[in-house]
Ligand binder design. Structure first.
Ligand code: GTP
Ligand code: MG
Ligand code: ZN
Length: 361
């Protein structure tokens, strides 16, 4: 059991209280989602834990799966009569920040992974997982989320060419801080605590096996999370299977995630702009203001690639993310058109027949 924790310690403040006011009149109480299981959630309300499911109406009115609760969300809930520790979630309060990807199952839909996060800790190891192009992708998603992106490179104890990797990462991480850590020797782990002050929430993102759950154990000084067996290389198997918000002793909060294989960009204009601001600065010098940096004359971006001041692979990845963004727009347009076709079932709606309310005259 989690010890009693107040709403304020969970990050509740006047802004959330304002958003909640309308639900208070309806006899609801606020709570934060700390674990997302397949069909239910664990909530903390400042006093105790609840097992909760979304109300039928919330499910029904959620045009998109992204409107349903996720870990980190603040929700309006009501305890269920006659059922101990059970509650129903009636609404999700507006999210201040959210980390989203394109749903692997429904490519025209957004999948929100976690909400109300202050810091996105992007984790890679320095051994088998290190890949600057993938980190570039994570950084674009993190920039889009509204949270502060930070890169953590684990397994320092096993790596010999750290300097080389850091050099490769510097033009990609840009303003995002980069820390190297070892969960075995403990080196660098304390650096992570600066992002985990009381009431602050960080999320761990990264492939399976990079040591996300092990880092939580290092921070807590005990085996709080299940981690892969030491001999397991972590590939092809996910040790963590659900998303969970863990509360540290000092009151900081950290969300563990299963490793993500697919990381398709969702709304990413700001994310791409911010994480590729070096390319944006060059683009301002192109002869044509709408230059696509492909074959136009006077292209400052192409010139930088030719001169070697802009890494060609970074430039290629930038194009890849931009075209992914365009393909998402197409998928969404098609979905919108399908939804307008009469007689088509609406996506993500319950198959239960709805009783139509008579219009008040
Ligand atoms: N040598 C070394 N091993 C580490 C370090 N951090 C984690 N490991 C090991 O890496 C393996 C995977 O760690 P996990 O913490 O389970 O990885 P994860 O990122 O949580 O993986 P998923 O839950 O599958 O997403 C375990 O065997 C850990 O003991 C480190 O800094 N150094
Ligand atoms: Mg894990
Ligand atoms: Zn150009």
């Amino acid at each position: 059991m989690t010890p009693p924790i107040t709403l304020q310690q969970l990050g509740w403040d006047d802004g959330f209280a304002d958003d909640f006011e309308q639900f208070e009149y309806l006899g609801m109480q606020p709570a934060r989602v700390i674990i997302a299981h397949n069909n239910y959630f664990t909530l903390l309300d400042g006093e105790r834990e609840w097992l909760a499911t979304p109300a039928g109406r919330l499910r029904l009115n959620a045009k998109r799966i992204s409107s349903l609760p996720v870990v980190g969300d603040w929700v309006a809930m009501k305890p269920r009569k006659g059922e101990e520790d059970r509650a129903t979630v009636h609404a999700v309060l507006p999210r201040r920040t959210k980390f989203s990807r394109r749903s692997p199952e429904r490519p025209a839909d957004e999948q929100v992974i976690s909400a109300n996060i202050d810091t996105a800790l992007i984790v890679s190891d320095l051994v088998t997982d290190f890949n600057v192009r993938r980190l570039e992708r994570y950084l674009a998603l993190a920039h889009e989320s509204g949270a502060k992106p930070v890169v953590l490179l684990t397994k320092l104890d096993l790596s010999e060419d750290v300097e080389e990797m850091l050099e490769e990462l510097a033009p990609v991480a840009r303003d995002a801080p980069v820390h190297v850590i070892s969960n075995v020797t403990g080196e660098g782990v304390d650096l992570v605590r600066q992002y985990l002050g009381p009431g602050q929430t960080a999320v761990l993102l990264g492939s399976s096996g990079v040591g996300k759950s092990t880092l939580i154990n290092s921070l807590m000084g005990r085996e709080r999370m299940n981690t892969a067996e030491t001999r397991d290389d972590g590939r092809g198997r996910h040790t963590t299977t659900h998303r969970e918000l863990v509360i540290l002793e000092n009151g900081g909060m950290i969300i563990d995630n299963p490793g993500m294989r697919e990381l398709g960009l969702w709304d990413s204009n700001a994310g791409i702009r911010d994480s590729f601001n070096d390319i944006a600065a060059l683009a301002a010098k192109c002869r044509f203001s709408d230059c696509s940096h492909q074959s136009e004359p006077g292209c400052a971006v192409k010139q930088a690639v030719e001169e070697g001041t802009l890494d060609e692979e970074r430039f290629d990845n930038f194009h890849k993310l931009i075209s992914e963004r365009a393909s998402l727009d197409t998928a969404r347009e098609m979905q919108a058109r399908l939804e307008k076709t009469p007689g088509r079932p609406q996506p993500n709606r319950s198959s239960r027949p709805t009783m139509r309310k008579k219009k008040k005259s």
